[in-house]
Design a protein around this ligand. Structure first.
Ligand SMILES: Cc1cc2nc3c(=O)[nH]c(=O)nc-3n(C[C@H](O)[C@H](O)[C@H](O)COP(=O)(O)OP(=O)(O)OC[C@H]3O[C@@H](n4cnc5c(N)ncnc54)[C@H](O)[C@@H]3O)c2cc1C
Ligand code: FES
Length: 298
């Protein structure tokens, strides 16, 4: 028996990002912001991680928000309510650190990283924090959940790279404005590695700006999600090797060797790109062979 999909909704016009609610009552009782799940769709399918984007203990559900990027995420996007996911393992990873801060806490979500900041915003607000979120996307169509955030936090700032909605610019521009105008206790950033790198740089006490403790959520390649395979290894600036699946994914942003992480992830991307090119090349050869065969037969 698998885990039943209760609903699926695409969050943008180009249908590249979708939200899925999955029936998982035991997991919903234990889940917190910062946790992730590992899915497998078929017996032969690969295992892939997704962050818990919301949980509802009363309804017994876990929500995930997924960007279609390759084979597994596309396969998942084709599944419909009523169908079952073969493996849905979690909650994995350390839960986010939640405490009552003196000053506002700012959560920065970039792209599909908007979703994972939701449960953390909810938990921080529930214990009385002043919560500000900055939602950033390349363009208006890629923004989602603005209303959902407005219902639970004190302030929502929206920014798009192309200026098609909200303020034009990067999330770091908006964060810098906030840092210049009021004291902040903590910053949490989830999104592309490059975005988290620049948020952490901004909050590291450079120039006249104050140093603000900053948490980022790392997403290197994960296989087992239990600290056994070493796939998600990352380096800290104080020279330690850690595993994102068990030491994170949420970690101190000022102690991450982002350049090493980017290089490590790029290495995998090159291999994946080569595999894709090889696959496309084989398809072309097959198509040519079919044609040649047809011509021979004539
Ligand atoms: C802790 C964690 C949480 C994540 N949360 C989300 C989320 O909430 N929503 C979301 O859309 N994506 C999330 N991701 C990324 C997601 O796991 C990948 O997009 C997915 O595995 C891609 O699989 P694919 O077969 O569709 O694409 P592929 O073609 O296999 O890969 C495309 C890209 O996805 C990444 N990727 C592939 N396999 C893995 C893997 N096993 N582990 C990590 N990254 C991989 C790589 O960067 C790769 O270049 C998360 C990753 C991690 C590590
Ligand atoms: S995913 Fe295998 S060690 Fe983290």
């Amino acid at each position: 028996m698998g885990w039943k999909i209760l609903s699926k909704k695409f969050l943008n016009n180009e249908q590249s990002v979708f939200e899925m609610v999955v029936e998982a009552p035991d997991m919903a009782k234990k889940a917190h912001g910062g946790n992730f799940v590992i899915l497998r769709l078929t017996e032969q399918g690969e295992r892939f991680p997704l962050t818990v984007a919301d949980y509802d203990v009363e309804k017994g559900t876990i929500t995930i928000v997924v960007m279609k990027i390759g084979k597994s995420t596309t396969e998942l996007s084709l599944m419909e309510p009523g169908e079952e996911i073969l493996d849905f393992v979690g909650p994995l990873g350390k839960s986010a650190h939640i405490e009552k801060y003196e000053h506002p806490v700012v959560l920065v979500g970039g792209g599909v990283g908007i979703a994972p900041i939701f449960p953390q915003a909810k938990e921080l607000k529930a214990i009385g924090n002043h919560v500000i979120v900055i939602l950033g996307a390349r363009t208006k169509d890629l923004l989602f959940w603005e209303d959902k955030f407005r219902q639970i936090v004190d302030e929502v700032i929206v920014t798009t790279d192309d200026g098609s909605y909200g303020k034009k610019g990067f999330v770091t521009d908006r964060l810098k404005e906030l840092m210049e105008n009021k004291p902040l206790s903590h910053v949490i950033a989830i999104g592309p590695i490059i975005m988290m790198k620049f948020v952490a740089k901004l909050t590291n006490g450079q120039g006249d700006l104050p140093k603000i403790p900053t948490t980022v959520s790392l997403n290197p390649i994960m296989v087992d999600g239990t600290g056994m395979c070493g796939g998600c290894r990352f380096l800290t600036l104080d020279g330690q090797a850690k595993f994102a699946c068990v030491d994170g994914p949420d970690v101190d942003g000022h102690n991450v060797n982002f350049d090493n992480l980017i290089a490590r992830n790029s290495r995998f991307q090159r291999e994946e790109h080569e595999r894709l090119e090889k696959f496309e090349h084989e398809c072309k050869l097959l198509a040519m062979a079919d044609k040649a065969e047809g011509e021979c037969k004539e």
